[in-house]
Design a binder for this molecule. Structure first.
Ligand code: AMP
Ligand code: TRP
Length: 324
């Protein structure tokens, strides 16, 4: 039976990028395979932050995940820092991870270039990610495309540890991508990301969503209403693929190529379909906000279950490595 593990930073907001790239996939997979979903607060502290903010955002991410359909009865949902074995295994993996591999990670280079002073933890971020996954011996990791390089490194770490201390002990975890593995921001410039400020939040009010969608970048060739476009290069078309039924997706492509619809017409249809999927999610979020114990209890239970497995793995790891 495969076991999946995935993580998400407590960025305070689920947006349609991480929803389509990862979370929607988790919601489906939890019914099929044993699933662990972790809010990774130890990862979040590799960049400057305020403690009270982090606490709030961690809770909000738990709430948003449950609203999006993660069911704590089906899947182990927990907060990383509640299971300190993550950091213990990360330290151990640090001792076998080649420095050069860490320096080559594009996410590290990206984030480091935007910092005045770079913490060692930012460099070692993917080592902690490998520890997250391997602590549960998970073999499948549903993520967006931006995590593929980190997972290559996780496999390298598993291989190196296995070669020294126990052949076949850790699986080599494989990414599991969705067709919507990379959602662009509405500015059409870069991937949708909280840090770039180009997101559409999953729990945003419909009016606010429309205010972002309306001016969103489309095929630049469509200057006037009657200019035909190429849907393949239009971000809105790709969002239709994620939210609209197949017949609508075909219609969008035709109406774009023939200028049958203007971009605003096309966005209105997308907005309707987006709302159809998000309305029940917003309603669940409101119910959870009214009764936050549902979230804290679920996170407590998740941490207890994850902790049991983590302790078992660490006992074996210490044994094989001559520790204690
Ligand atoms: P993050 O919110 O950055 O912690 O990412 C959580 C998950 O969502 C990871 O699996 C990412 O790969 C995925 N993800 C984040 N942003 C996007 C995006 N714009 N398109 C597709 N997947 C994404
Ligand atoms: N680095 C991932 C991100 O930014 C989050 C993450 C941490 C993760 N640990 C993980 C993803 C383990 C998958 C598996 O999105």
């Amino acid at each position: 039976m495969p076991r999946i593990f995935s993580g998400i930073q407590p960025s305070g907001e689920l947006h349609i990028g991480n929803y389509l790239g990862a979370v929607r996939n988790w919601v489906q997979l939890q019914h099929e395979v044993e699933s662990f979903i972790c809010v990774v607060d130890y990862h979040a502290i590799t960049l400057p932050y305020a403690p009270e903010d982090l606490r709030r955002r961690t809770f909000e991410m738990g709430l948003s995940l449950m609203a999006a359909g993660i069911d704590p009865a089906k899947c182990t949902l927990f907060v990383q820092s509640r299971v300190p074995e993550h950091t213990e295994l990360a330290w151990i993996f640090n001792t076998i991870t080649p420095l050069g591999e860490l320096e080559r990670q594009t996410q590290f280079k990206d984030k480091a270039s935007r910092q005045e002073s770079v913490a060692a933890g930012l460099l070692n971020y993917p080592v902690l990610q490998a520890a997250d996954i391997l602590l549960y011996k998970a073999d499948t990791v549903p993520v967006g495309e931006d995590q593929v390089q980190h997972l290559e490194l996780s496999r390298e770490i598993a291989r190196r540890w296995n070669a020294r201390f126990g052949d076949g002990f850790f699986p080599e975890p494989q990414p599991r991508l969705t067709p919507t593995r990379r959602i662009m921001g509405l500015d059409g410039q870069a991937k949708m990301s909280k840090s770039l400020g180009n997101t559409v939040g999953l729990l945003e009010k419909p009016d606010d969503m429309w205010a972002k969608l309306r001016p969103a970048v489309t095929d630049p060739a469509r200057v006037r209403r009657e200019d035909p476009g190429n849907p393949e290069i239009c971000n809105i078309y790709h969002l239709h693929k994620a939210f609209s039924p197949p017949a609508t997706v075909d219609e969008v492509a035709t109406k774009c190529r023939t200028a049958g619809w203007g971009c605003i017409d096309c966005k209105k249809v997308l907005f309707e379909n987006l709302n159809a999927e998000l309305t029940p999610i917003r309603a669940r979020a409101e119910a959870l906000q009214a009764d936050p114990r549902l979230v804290t209890d679920a996170l407590d239970a998740g941490a207890a279950h994850a902790g049991t497995i983590a302790k078992g793995t660490m006992a074996e790891v210490r044994q094989r490595m001559g520790l204690r």
